[in-house]
Design a binder for this molecule. Sequence first.
Ligand code: F3S
Length: 393
Amino acid sequence: MYLTKEEERAYDGEQGWANQMCMKILVRLGELYGASRLIPASWAHVSGVSYKTLGDSPIDFLKAMANTGAKVSTRATLNPQSLDPEYLKRKVTSELLEKQLSIIEQFDKMGFTQSLTCTPYYLEKSEAGSHLAWAESSAVVFANSVLKSWTNREGGPSALAAAITGKTPNYGVHHAENRQPQVFVDIDLPLRNETEYGALGVFLGRMLRDRIPAIKGLDNAPEIGLKQLGAGLASTGMVNMFEWNDVTAEKTAHANERITIERRDVDDTIEGLSTSADMEADLVFVGCPHCSVHEIECVAAMIENRKVKPGLEFWVCTSQCAKQQAKKSVERIEKSGGHVLTGVCTVVSWTEALGIRTIMTNSAKTAYYAPTLNKAKTILAPAEKCVQAAFRG
Ligand code: F3S
């Protein structure tokens, strides 16, 4: 792999241990995937911020990085952590709180923006054609497919290395020829809500693995549908993107396989992701991936003036920034007994310790992960049904 003189000096340790480590991570990765050089990354987004998913071992590495003066050299944002600064913070043990705060402190020292969201594109849209190094899989698919930015699916360490060096290896979807759809997907049904889009993603992810689909029938899909589809796709597969608008013969010239999606594919997927035998949930959750301002407003409008059923938790997860912008809707949700939690999500939080055994959600991604990561049963249904189930009247 070709390195500039300056990159070589960093690789040899002339710019300190932290820069050397980062350069080694990127070069190793680049060599593994056949990159010819490093290219500037205009935005790095790091996952593995929640202590629940990160665990203890990487904390020492983060401390070493921060203490040896590592500083971000490009725009650098963070995925959600395991608690929010108000509600859940009061419910976790002091040990968990301390560990989580320590992780955030290290990122803070390195100069990361404390975005703590898996929808960084709601903070600011990345530019079409810009090269990113994002590690949140749902955001990667959204960036490549909807925003038309270019990013591989980074791991936590390589996104961190990209944040510090401002570089990423030029392999995978950083090349136009690797962004060609390989499978043509025809959707022979109307997708009626966000949950069906997510389920379609889960279904397709299992079939496609890492092959890029061109999906016909999504020209009028709402943004939330595309977001849920991408999140589902990235949960069960390694797909980095999908082609969805204006799917022409020219765009599908390299697609040598054709799949037709039928109603029962989506319905069976939703049924398979609903593991609870009844409709009784302890927690009803909307906000995977994190809600936009518009989604928060929609949830508040559905609630009207009703109250959360006794003994039930109702969470809407989003970023601090979206919560501030949706003030009136947030007030309505919180008045009803629900919680608008920032910087956290159900999957990466300690729901088990809160006694939550059954989670109802509109997100196929959460329904896919909750049985293993939250040891919870699941009910998958659109937001409207989630609200109906959570509120009296
Ligand atoms: Fe985001 Fe958590 Fe879902 S990080 S994509 S809300 S699992």
